[in-house]
Ligand binder design. Structure first.
Ligand SMILES: [Zn+2]
Length: 320
C-alpha cells in the first residue's frame, strides 16, 4: 500500500541492486495534469483508463545513488497490473502491422546467437520470457531450436499454443534448462527485476545466456527538465522511457550490470564478426549504416541497453 491507495505497492529499495540510497527526481499526482492528461492521451486510443484506481496516488520517480536505476517508487500491485495490462490495454494482436523488417531483425538476432554457441540449432533450447504474440519464439523454432515461450497474458498463451508453440508456466521455469532466455522489452515493466533475474538464472545451462533488452534514455534528467508529456515515443524529448505505471524501471547500463552482478551473472559479448556475418537487412543507406555501426555501439562504445549475461565465472575460477 502507498499513501492510503490500496492498489499500489511502495518500493523501499532499488529494485535492481537493492540499495536504499536513492533520491526523488519528480512527483505528481496521477489524477492531476500533466500525468492525468498523459494517461488519457495514452490509454484512450488503445482501451481506457480507470482513475478510480489511481485516487490519492502519486507518480514518483526516483534515482538510485548506487547503480543509477531510475524507477517509479509506487507501482501498481498485482490487481492493478492485471487491470492495466488486460483491460486498459485491450490485448489485440498487432502483428499485422509488423512488416518484413521485424522478422528480418528477429532472424538476424537468432542467427547471431546460434553462431555464438557453435552448436547445431537442434541441440539448443530457447525460452522467450514475455513472448507477446510469439513471433520471436516462432522464428527460433523455424531455425530448428527447441523453442518455448511464456507470458503473463492468458490471451497470448492461448494464441501461442494455437500457432504450435510450446509454453512454460512461471512455476515450471526453475525445473527447466535453457541455453538462451530472451527478454525483449520486459525488464522495464517488472516489479522486482532483480528477483526475476535470479529466478531465471536457475533455468540457465552452465554456458547459457540471458538477453536483456530495455529502453534507453541516459539523458533522462534533460528530458525531465523539458517535461513534455506529449512528445511522441522515440523522439528526443519523449518521456516514454519512464511511462507512468508501465515503464517502472529505466536502466542505465551501470544498473543492468549491477543487477546482473547481484544475480551472479556477468556480461558476455557476441563477437562483432558474428554480428556482421549474420546482419541480414542491407536495404537502403540508413539500414547499411545501422548494420555497420550497431556492433560498434554494442561492443566498443557500450552504448546499447542490450546485454547478454552468463553465469559469473570469476568466483568459480577463484575457488578452483
Ligand atoms: Zn540501484
Amino acid at each position: 500500500m502507498a499513501d492510503g491507495n490500496p492498489w499500489f505497492e511502495r518500493r523501499s529499495h532499488c529494485p535492481a541492486c537493492g540499495s536504499t540510497r536513492f533520491t526523488e527526481l519528480f512527483r505528481s499526482p496521477y489524477c492531476e495534469s500533466p500525468i492525468r492528461q498523459y494517461l488519457v492521451d495514452f490509454y484512450e486510443p488503445q482501451g481506457k483508463v480507470e482513475f478510480e484506481y489511481l485516487e490519492g496516488a502519486d507518480y514518483i520517480l526516483c534515482e538510485c545513488g548506487s547503480c543509477g536505476l531510475v524507477f517509479q517508487r509506487d507501482i501498481p500491485g498485482d490487481e492493478l497490473m492485471e487491470r492495466l495490462y488486460e483491460h486498459w490495454i485491450v490485448p489485440v494482436k498487432r502483428e499485422k502491422r509488423d512488416g518484413l523488417a521485424v522478422s528480418a531483425r528477429y532472424a538476424q538476432e537468432i542467427m547471431q546467437i546460434i553462431a555464438y554457441f557453435e552448436r547445431p540449432p537442434s541441440s539448443l533450447s530457447f525460452l522467450d520470457f514475455g513472448m507477446g504474440w510469439g513471433q520471436w519464439a516462432l522464428m527460433a523454432k523455424a531455425f530448428g531450436c527447441e523453442s518455448y515461450g511464456t507470458d503473463l497474458s492468458l490471451e497470448r498463451i492461448r494464441h501461442a499454443e494455437s500457432i504450435g508453440l510450446d509454453t512454460v508456466d512461471w512455476n515450471e521455469i526453475p525445473s527447466r534448462s535453457f541455453d538462451l532466455i530472451n527478454t525483449e522489452q520486459v525488464f522495464e515493466h517488472l516489479a522486482r527485476p532483480l528477483d526475476t533475474l535470479r529466478y531465471l538464472r536457475r533455468a540457465l545451462t552452465d554456458d547459457g545466456l540471458i538477453k536483456i533488452s530495455v529502453p534507453k534514455a541516459d539523458d533522462i534528467h534533460r528530458r525531465l527538465k523539458r517535461m513534455d508529456w506529449k512528445a511522441p515515443k522515440g523522439s528526443r524529448n519523449s518521456l516514454n522511457p519512464v511511462a507512468p505505471l508501465e515503464h517502472i524501471n529505466l536502466f542505465r547500463r551501470s544498473a543492468l550490470l549491477a543487477m546482473g552482478a547481484a544475480a551472479g551473472l556477468e556480461e558476455v559479448r557476441i563477437p562483432a564478426r558474428l554480428q556482421y556475418r549474420f546482419a541480414t537487412n542491407w536495404g537502403g543507406s540508413r539500414q547499411i549504416a545501422r548494420n555497420l555501426m550497431l556492433p560498434v555501439y554494442r561492443n566498443l562504445l557500450k552504448r546499447q541497453n542490450y546485454i547478454f549475461f552468463r553465469k559469473a565465472r570469476v568466483a568459480a575460477e577463484a575457488a578452483a
